[in-house]
Ligand binder design. Structure first.
Ligand code: AGP
Length: 609
């Protein structure tokens, strides 16, 4: 939910830290701050608002330092304000900490610190408790103090800490929030996520849960919960630094929409063998285990959940295995009947979504096998799964997920086809037929992207609307949910998705003259039904934008506007039909002057409940 960065080395820490924080603004951006070692003191500058506010505030100040920590925040405890911004310090300012996560027992700790130790708190945050705990336990060894503080805390945290009595050292610790270490020449880094470091280092340590890290400019040591030093292989990052930049697009979102053909190509072709069969790297579930599965659970949040809905259709249609799809925030608390004969599939772009991680742990505790579909390599969901199937979408920076969604769909299709083949319920010919069709998708998606201008023109006629309904049937109903979420989360229009056949059971009461209804009719076997649904809403005055496969021109008799997608099998149309909806949402939001990459109230990775 927040981003932390730390630097210790020979260069000027503040420039490097702020540059790194900018790469993490997608993790939260309601306030930002920095703490620097200088002349035996720790200087703290922190402000409400974007990192640009912080940058402007410290402009011209003499802050040259070789060691510091920084933070960009998404508020969980205490409204966005200067005093609630991180870093936080202990009473005498000798210790400064930055934190990503939630300390669940911070209230009792705060009361204890006030009652037993006379601590005076300045902020409303849980994080300030950490600073005072470390200060309380500090007795000349920052690592020891951090360990003792961590023993008192419950919840999720990635913490960076510095102390003015040890100016050449930094300590970090993680539990359930992401933390990576960057390994440089004469310098070392901590960060919540890799993009913050790409400009400086390519060698990374992925820090595991309950590990503590001690950094100097020349050395990094990792310790486990028992304070035993542990070895960690170096993870070599292959991403281009630019991959996390906009490359000339106006927003990360439109850049990432255009990256979908490449993401789909990478996600498929890295697994394609000479004979067009697929090798599912990272999946060790055996043929026998697949044959013995009694149910598959797909659990996720938001857009990833919508990908799970398509995954259900694919696995049930191809592999003939019952599938239950549920949002993680519900699954984790309902005592699900999952067991060792179940397969639990977690879908998560960030791999750090708190609800999804908790649902995964619930499933593991009940003996289920866990397979995760994740975009961020080495993320918590990935590391806690039995099998990991990566989407190769590259870093997704825009809060509104696009390329992660379509590559998640690709992964679900490949998993479903693999299971069908292992179970022997799909002929080799049918299997190869689907693979060949999937190979054609990137080019068909490029064709849709070439119609971007027409979508932009359509958006000019629609962007002033304040309410939109998305309807569809089968796969199209699942895509409707995703199209609706895309529109609402970046344009703030009140958008609503519903299975078209459900309209008559109440919702149609809301349809009146000029109500905008976006009707997906890309399933051949349901096309006539959808034409009837379009007639239903037209009869009540609706303005209908239809979406259909090329050639199904019958829809033009019913709909006011039509978007066509290239021909492909009904089962695979979600890979294509979602893209015009992404583009429509983007251009409507742009015409409404919205902050597309960082919508209000949202963060890219929701790492708290
Ligand atoms: C998608 O556009 C949203 N930003 C949000 O619903 C997101 O999909 C959800 O928070 C899940 O995130 P994850 O895939 O990283 O777990």
């Amino acid at each position: 939910m927040c981003g932390i960065v730390g630097y210790i080395g020979s260069d000027n820490a503040s420039d490097i830290i702020i540059d790194g924080l900018k790469k993490l603004e997608y993790r939260g951006y309601d306030s930002a701050g920095i703490a620097l070692q200088k002349n035996g003191q720790i200087l703290v500058h922190k402000y409400k608002g974007r990192i640009a506010n912080l940058e402007a505030a410290i402009e011209g100040k003499d802050l040259y330092s070789h060691c510091g920590i920084g933070h960009t925040r998404w508020a969980t405890h205490g409204a966005p304000s200067d005093v609630n911004s991180h870093p936080h310090t202990n009473g005498d300012g000798s210790i400064a900490v930055v934190h990503n996560g939630i300390i669940e027992n911070y209230t009792e700790l705060k009361e204890w610190l006030i009652a037993e130790h006379g601590v005076e708190f300045r902020s409303e945050t849980d994080t300030e408790v950490i600073a005072h705990l470390v200060g309380l336990y500090y007795d000349g060894d920052l690592m020891d103090a951090v360990y003792k503080a961590a023993e008192k805390m419950r919840g999720a945290y990635a913490i960076g800490a510095i102390c003015n009595k040890e100016p050449d050292k930094m300590v970090a610790v993680r539990k359930d929030s992401p933390l990576v270490v960057g390994l440089g020449e004469g310098c070392n880094f901590i960060a919540s996520d890799i993009p913050a470091l790409l400009r400086y280092v390519r060698k990374i340590y992925l820090i595991e849960n309950n590990e503590t890290v001690v950094l100097t400019k020349d050395e990094v040591k990792i310790y486990n919960a028992d304070r035993k030093e542990v070895h960690r292989d170096v993870f070599h990052v292959t991403w281009d630094a630019d991959a996390a930049e906009k490359e000339g697009y106006d927003h990360f979102m439109i850049k990432e929409i255009h990256e979908q053909p490449k993401g789909l190509y990478e996600t498929l072709h890295r697994r394609l063998l000479e004979d067009d069969s697929i090798k599912l790297d990272g999946i060790t579930i055996t043929k026998e285990e697949i044959e013995n599965l009694d149910k598959v659970y797909i659990v996720a949040c938001g857009t990833a959940y919508h990908a799970g809905l398509i995954g259900k259709f694919a696995i049930e249609r191809f592999a003939r295995i019952p599938v239950e799809v549920e949002v993680a925030s519900e699954f984790r608390y309902r005592e699900p009947l999952i067991n060792e004969k179940s397969l639990f599939i977690a879908i998560s772009q960030s791999g750090e979504t708190s609800d999804t991680l908790a649902a995964l742990r619930e499933a593991k505790s009940k003996g289920a096998r866990v397979l995760s579909v994740v975009n961020v390599v080495g993320s918590s969901v990935a590391r806690e799964s039995d099998d990991v199937f990566y989407t190769w979408a590259g870093p997704e920076i825009a809060v509104a997920s696009t390329k992660a969604y379509t590559t998640q769909l690709m992964c679900m299709y490949l998993i479903a086809l693999h299971m069908a083949k292992e179970k022997g319920v799909m002929s080799q010919e049918e299997y190869l037929g689907y693979i060949r069709d999937l190979k054609e998708i990137p080019e068909k998606l490029k064709k849709i992207l070439r119609s971007e201008k027409a979508i932009h023109e359509m958006a000019k006629d629609l962007y002033k609307t304040e309410q939109v309904f998305f309807i569809g049937r089968g796969n199209d109903s699942a895509v409707s949910y995703e199209g609706s979420l895309k529109l609402k989360e970046i344009s703030y229009i009140n958008s609503f998705a519903i299975a078209a056949g459900e309209l008559k059971h109440g919702t149609i009461a809301l349809i009146e003259k000029d109500t905008l209804v976006i009707s997906l009719a890309a399933q051949d076997h349901l096309f006539e039904k959808m034409l009837s649904n379009i007639q239903e809403v037209k009869a009540r005055g609706a303005y209908v934008v239809g979406l259909a496969k090329e050639g199904n021109t019958e829809i033009e008799k019913q709909a006011d506007r039509v978007i066509y997608i290239p021909e492909c099998r009904d089962e695979l149309t979600p890979l294509l039909s979602v893209v015009p909806l992404q583009l429509l949402a983007y251009y409507i939001a742009k015409l409404r002057g919205c902050d597309i990459d960082k919508p209000k109230n949202l963060a890219k990775s929701v790492t708290v409940e």
